[in-house]
Ligand binder design. Structure first.
Ligand SMILES: Cc1ncc(COP(=O)(O)O)c(C=O)c1O
Length: 397
């Protein structure tokens, strides 16, 4: 799903701008930097693309999630409903914030369902940490209705979903705050980086302070700025920001190409008998980064995965068995292994993680195969690739 396939002169030019002045730091140094503000410009591009009032560039998608939790006031002992299907970063940040994760179920949309969120609510529930998985949105009307009914905060991890919209609105703007990843594998990348977004100025200010040791970024003497809160260093450097900026300026073209390439693959794959597709909440809002499909049973899916590997067909994820994206691979989480003591060790959880059964999520993921769409592929490359996939799968159907 990576924008890195389209690196070019645009990225090089932005990086050279930074190297010319040598100002690798995103704040201050106004006279020396000759008006090169890469992190700031990246934030403006993200605001323009998503429609967010405020964007903040940070060091990773993980730290963007940490900022979103902090800016939502999530911490010590707060119960937060979360997903068993995500890159671990989401739930790591949640646990390190001091909160208590409560897992609910996903369905064929690959995101938490409103129904399972409602079932997981206890008197102590404070928030939902929703992940828009694999490039497309969760079912937002239903999820918002539950959050409103029970007065729950909604925080959105859109680590894999920049370029995904629900009924015309970017993911990340439905709740308090959203977080995107710009790591090496994402639709737009800067190597390592992340973007926090929100529409609420006070949440933006908290995130901006928290991500930079409490600095307010007011005035012209950084050393003497007020520090209303203690913070961390989650700053993004200007070199990374420069690459992210060039990538962000291409995102509409990247998204369109991915959607075209995905459609070409789907046209071939849908002729496989009994294949079925991710249930989209809004298919037009899909970012096009993944082709997600289900085979009829766990046995057939597992055999298809082996056949694909045997035939040398790569570029896919079978999350059920690899990649550390599903709770069945998270023994360290279930046993709460951390280098130091956290609130959860003291407070415990109402959920028994070790014996937790999530049969619906298990059933969905055991039948799911996800191919990342390739940006650089021509139309015929896409068709040929899909034909290879189809031929391997047909051998086991
Ligand atoms: C859903 C999700 N959240 C968070 C992250 C963490 O992003 P990063 O690798 O930039 O820290 C990822 C990374 O893949 C992700 O997929």
């Amino acid at each position: 799903m990576a924008g890195r396939e389209w690196f070019g002169d645009e990225e090089r030019r932005e990086v050279l701008d930074v190297l010319e002045t040598g100002i690798l730091f995103r704040y201050g140094h106004d006279a020396e930097r000759q008006n090169h503000w890469k992190a700031r410009d990246l934030e403006k591009e993200v605001e323009k693309f998503t429609g967010a009032n405020y964007a903040l560039a940070v060091s990773s998608g993980s730290t963007a999630v940490a900022c979103a939790l902090a800016a939502s006031g999530i911490g010590y002992g707060d119960e937060v409903i979360c997903t068993p299907f995500t890159f671990l970063a989401t739930n790591e940040e949640l646990i390190y914030s001091g909160a208590i994760p409560i897992f609910a179920e996903i369905d064929e949309n690959l995101c938490l369902t409103a129904e399972s969120i409602e079932n997981a609510i206890t008197p102590n529930t404070k928030a939902v940490l929703l992940v828009h998985m694999c490039g497309a949105s969760a079912d937002m009307d239903k999820i918002m209705a539950v959050c409103e009914k029970y007065n729950l905060l909604l925080i959105e991890d859109c680590g894999q979903a920049l370029g995904a919209f629900y009924k015309g609105r970017s993911v990340g703007l439905f709740g308090t705050c959203g977080a995107f990843s710009f790591d090496f594998f994402k639709i737009t990348t800067c190597g390592e980086g992340g973007l926090f977004i929100t529409n609420v100025v006070s949440r933006y200010e908290t995130a901006a302070c928290y991500s930079d040791h409490g600095h307010t970024h007011q005035g012209s003497n950084r050393g003497m700025e007020p520090h209303p809160i203690l913070g961390r260093n989650f700053r993004l450097g200007e070199l990374n920001a420069a690459v992210g900026l060039a990538q962000m300026r291409k995102i509409n073209d990247i998204r369109n190409r991915k959607k075209r390439n995905k459609a070409l693959m789907v046209e071939v794959l849908e002729t496989i008998p009994d294949i079925s597709w991710r249930a989209y909440a809004d298919i037009d809002g899909d970012s096009g980064t993944f082709v997600n499909f289900f085979l009829p049973s766990r046995e057939i899916t597992s055999a298809a995965v082996q056949q694909l590997r045997q035939d040398g067909v790569g570029g896919f994820d079978y999350w059920y068995e690899n990649m550390y994206h599903f709770i069945n691979q998270w023994d360290h989480l279930k046993n709460m292994k951390t280098p130091y003591k956290l609130p959860i060790h003291e407070l415990g959880s109402s959920q028994d993680y070790i014996n937790l059964q999530l049969p619906q999520s298990d059933q969905v993921l055991s039948r799911l195969i996800s191919f990342g769409t390739k940006l650089a592929y021509s139309e015929s490359d896409c068709v040929n690739f899909a034909e290879q996939i189809k031929s391997s799968i047909l051998k086991v159907m």
